[in-house]
Design a protein around this ligand. Structure first.
Ligand code: SF4
Ligand code: SF4
Length: 283
């Protein structure tokens, strides 16, 4: 399967905007929004839901009426999820099952917990799978894996374009595993430069080729030069340099960025897509 993941070490660099631009110029592509804690690609592409399925994350403990109130479960819980009044705090419960193990009355069981929803949708530019993780729920790495699985099924041997999560933790690892190219979107700020280095190192560890697109060019020439110098030193291609364009960001903020992308970003996106296709041929 052909898979390109657009990621960023830091949020707010323009990752979803670039993914949207790539979706507009790619052919026969299915998109996967793996930013499951804050998905918004479906808004940019005006996606129409076709189907949805529940996502079950961690189990949650439930205390039954046969409880004798001995308190052993509360002492055993390492997550502080059982209150002094012997009720379960579902936000803190990690579903480890220790309370059920120690209960002398067999008065605790674990239940499946619905942690979010996976949505299959259609857009003018192809299918899109995205998810909504409920606030306070964890297991986002597993949810990312589910979104990718559904997108691969929908693509049926074709190409999947992934809008990844920011950061370099479990959801990003789940996003990058098995893709052919990780496109890191970086803006010319010191924090973005630092986070770009971290996420490129992660891609390298996962044996995924990394490339960089510098967004908001012109805002800080000195840091832009540092990004370029780092990439030259590491042999990483800078495949896009997108000038800062205020009207593009204003359109993005309103959620109607397709026309603005066609005007300001589409040629850069076409070049990046051609780079992705070259990468596939060279493998
Ligand atoms: S260990 Fe079992 S019996 Fe004791 S308080 Fe907990 S649920 Fe109730
Ligand atoms: S399942 Fe684990 S985390 Fe949840 S209440 Fe029981 S011991 Fe605590």
């Amino acid at each position: 399967m052909r898979q390109l993941a657009v990621i960023s070490g830091k949020g707010g660099t323009g990752k979803t905007m670039l993914t949207t631009a790539l979706a507009l110029c790619a052919k026969d592509v299915v998109m996967a929004d793996c930013d499951v804690e804050a998905p918004n690609l479906h808004m940019m592409l005006d996606a129409q839901p076709v189907d949805e399925e529940p996502f079950y994350g961690l189990d949650v403990a439930v205390i039954e009426d046969t409880c004798t109130r001995c308190g052993m479960c509360a002492d055993a819980c390492r997550f502080g999820a059982i209150t002094d009044a012997l009720s379960i705090d579902p936000i803190k419960c990690e579903g480890c099952g220790m309370c059920a193990l120690v209960c002398p009355s067999d008065a605790i069981h674990l239940e499946r917990r619905m942690s979010g929803t996976v949505v299959l949708s259609s857009t003018r530019w192809g299918g899109l799978v995205y998810a909504m993780l409920k606030p306070g729920e964890s297991a986002s790495g597993r949810l990312v894996a589910t979104v990718r699985k559904r997108a691969l099924e929908m693509a049926d041997g074709g190409t999947v374009l992934i809008d990844g999560p920011p950061g370099s933790s479990c959801p990003t690892i789940s996003t990058l595993t098995g893709v052919q190219l990780a496109l890191v979107v970086c803006e010319p700020t010191l924090s973005a430069l630092s986070d770009m280095k971290r996420v490129l190192a992660l891609a390298d560890q996962l044996h995924v080729k990394g490339a960089v697109c510098i967004n908001k060019c012109g805002l800080n020439d000195a840091i832009e030069s540092k990004i370029e110098a780092f990439c030259v030193e590491r042999g990483i291609d800078v495949v896009g340099r997108v000038p800062y364009e205020k009207s593009l960001f204003e359109a993005y903020a309103r959620g109607h960025c397709v026309d603005a992308i066609q005007r300001h970003l589409i040629e850069q996106a076409k070049d990046i897509w051609r780079y992705f296709e070259r990468t596939l041929r060279e493998r």
